[in-house]
Design a binder for this molecule. Structure first.
Ligand code: ADP
Length: 476
């Protein structure tokens, strides 16, 4: 269903589309298929709601967000189960995501009250300078399927806190999770028109309305670099503000002074999270020559113990990939690497046993001897494959790590303090984990450099993306 102007409704076209469980291929729901006209209606509702919402006090807006946090926590288990069914990640990971998603409501319930202005020194004695921060206006958001709840709250919470109104177009693979987020907002009493949802099976016409409708002041997008670049270019023609969270190609560097067993454990936990379908997933694993044998041994052993299957089952660590094209892409990258000389140490095949043939499962895979001529070295995999590359020198590995158009996340294992700092400063990435595989939280700014995007989400920075700075010059 669409959620427009405070009401659940069908699409103008009267048509709907089916949502399937990627683990079983079974249909799990039917969702109204929003059209360009529905998007225009939602934008109109958000425009009409803007003046009332932006004039509420920060304390009032904060209360809505606090209620949304409470409701999402109460519904955590049901939401997590739905996420596992719709997106495929194991239940434990789904619970973690719902917690992360709810955290944005709470964090921005607080940040709403911290939007301060300034009084600046002015050049004339009869002059006063004031700086005011105001909401940008109507925001149009496009979100992905890999984190189907938190990627919505990471945008909606700061937008609402700032006083903006919003329309969300969720990914076509995961509209059911999006609907549950909007049920939370509805039940929290968020006024009609302030937050609207337009699911669709065909994103292009809705996206078209977002980037061309003059009432939209800002576009916020999380997804592929290709689509993000296209949307940003089009949004520029009407000078909309744009925030982008795009692809990544994260390096993961293990130095000779690190404990290779600890690093291999970290990699096995991080790389296979969400079946590798994360923009901060390590994609190029550089391991120093002198520790690579032990690193690979531990990694292989840990990967060998990982169980793939339906995420609702206890003990499952690897869920399905989201769809058939994703499965094909992962297999193509693995076959290309092997054909060019990489050594396959684990996995390397689609999983078909125990009913897995009905879903999109790929075995957790480890490759060593990966080189720069391989597709996997150069392109984001978005799947459960760990490509290992050996190196022997700090300067060279830093240059290799930075030699990509992406700049989202990077990881380093070292016990040398100076080296840790040199890496932190030298890596051209928006997020750097030093001996740390989870440098993300509602309180932390998330975002990329270079082709990985514009702007930051979360943290103190996240709300500034939804604010304009206005200078007042007063002569007294
Ligand atoms: P992925 O390959 O990870 O699915 P996409 O960039 O295709 O990445 O998808 C991310 C989001 O962008 C989804 O909500 C999808 O529906 C949306 N999207 C894809 N193509 C377009 C488009 N032409 N216009 C607007 N949104 C789009």
């Amino acid at each position: 269903m669409l959620y427009i102007d405070g009401e659940w409704r069908g699409a103008q076209s009267g048509s709907s589309f089916e949502v399937a469980n990627p683990a079983t291929g079974e249909p799990i729901g039917d969702v109204a298929d929003g059209t360009q006209q529905d998007a225009a209606d939602a934008i109109l509702a958000a425009s009409e709601a803007f003046s009332g919402w932006s004039r509420l006090t920060a304390f009032e807006r904060s209360e809505y967000l606090q209620r949304a946090y409470q409701l999402m926590m109460e519904r955590k288990e049901a939401l997590a189960r739905l996420m596992t069914e719709e997106q495929g990640k194991p239940l434990k990971a789904a619970r973690n995501e719902v917690q992360y998603a709810a955290d944005f409501f709470l964090w921005y319930a607080e940040e709403a009250k911290r939007v301060y202005g300034d009084i600046l020194p002015a050049p004339r004695s009869d002059q006063r300078f004031l700086v005011l921060r105001q909401p940008v206006g109507v925001v149009a958001a496009i979100t992905p399927w890999n984190y189907p709840v938190s990627m919505i709250t990471r945008k909606v919470a700061p937008a609402l806190a700032a006083g903006c109104t919003i329309i969300v177009k969720p990914a076509e693979q995961t509209p059911l999770c999006a609907m549950e987020v909007f049920n939370v907002l509805h039940d929290a009493g968020v006024p009609a028109g302030v937050a609207n949802l337009v699911p669709t099976a065909d994103p292009a016409p809705v996206g078209d309305e977002f980037v061309t409708n003059p009432a939209v002041a800002k576009i916020t997008f999380t997804g592929s670099t290709e689509v993000g670049t296209m949307l940003a270019g089009r949004a520029a023609t009407t000078m909309k503000r744009v925030s982008l969270e795009l692809g990544g190609h994260a390096p993961f560097i293990v130095f000779d002074d690190a404990d290779p067993e600890y690093a291999a454990k970290g990699l096995s936990l991080l790389k296979f999270l969400n079946t590798g379908q994360a923009c901060i997933s390590p994609n190029r694993i550089y391991v120093h020559d002198s520790v690579s044998a032990r690193f690979l041994e531990v990694l292989e052993e840990r990967v060998g113990r990982m169980r793939a299957g339906n995420g609702l089952e206890e003990g499952v660590a690897i869920g399905p990939l989201v769809d058939a094209p994703s499965l094909e892409k992962v297999d193509r990258q693995v076959q290309d690497a092997v054909a060019k000389g990489a050594r396959l140490r684990a996995g390397g095949t689609r999983l078909m046993a125990d009913g897995m043939d009905r879903g999109f499962f790929y075995a957790p895979t480890v490759l060593s001897g990966v080189t720069r001529d391989m597709e996997i070295y150069n392109n984001e995999t978005f799947g459960p494959v760990a490509p290992v590359i050996e190196f022997d020198n700090e300067d060279r590995v830093l240059a290799l790590a930075n030699d990509t158009t992406y700049g989202l996340a990077a990881y380093v294992y070292t016990q040398n303090l100076g080296r840790a700092m040199r890496m932190f400063e030298g890596l051209d990435y928006g997020i750097v984990g030093i001996n740390d595989i989870n440098p993300t939280a509602a309180a932390a700014p998330f975002g990329g450099m270079k082709s990985s995007g514009w702007g930051r989400e979360g943290g103190r920075e996240g709300i500034t993306e939804y604010l304009e700075t206005k200078l007042g010059g007063f002569s007294i």
